[in-house]
Design a binder for this molecule. Structure first.
Ligand code: 5GP
Length: 119
């Protein structure tokens, strides 16, 4: 599978500083910021700084340092405010209803969530 990255996507613009964001954590390889349209009390997006379209692109093609940096950011985000649990979501392409074509992990929690999918 090939992954074509569109550098005009909104998260690429956030990474370039062209659009403001509410940053909660940043390291060399990842940025975490609050979702503009939160679906729960806590709703944070963690994105790699590299140009990866989706979680499968990132898993297949990101370096070990990029993957470690990304998951270090996930760990830091999840260490504050979601002690009772959370959901980590990576919507992917059409069937997964991914709107922004730059890999992002939603960390959603801070309150009781409903079931992931309708029963
Ligand atoms: P997706 O549907 O691609 O998994 O999720 C994209 C997410 O990005 C949505 O939850 C949406 O609210 C969020 N989002 C879209 N544009 C912006 C923006 O400009 N700033 C921030 N902080 N979040 C955004």
């Amino acid at each position: 599978m090939t992954f074509d990255y569109d550098d005009q996507n909104i998260f690429a613009k956030i990474l370039r500083g062209e659009i403001p964001n509410n940053t909660v954590f940043e390291n060399d390889h990842a940025l975490a910021f609050r979702d503009i349209n939160p679906q729960a009390a806590v709703h944070i997006l963690v994105i790699p700084k590299g140009a990866y379209v989706s979680i499968d692109d990132f898993a297949a093609n990101a370096s070990a340092a990029e993957q470690a940096g990304f998951f270090a950011a996930v760990a830091t985000v999840c260490a504050s405010g979601v002690d009772e649990g959370f959901r980590a979501i990576a919507n992917t392409r059409t069937h997964g209803v991914q709107e922004v074509p730059h890999f992002h992990m939603h960390i959603v929690g801070g309150e009781q969530l409903g079931r992931m999918l309708p029963a």
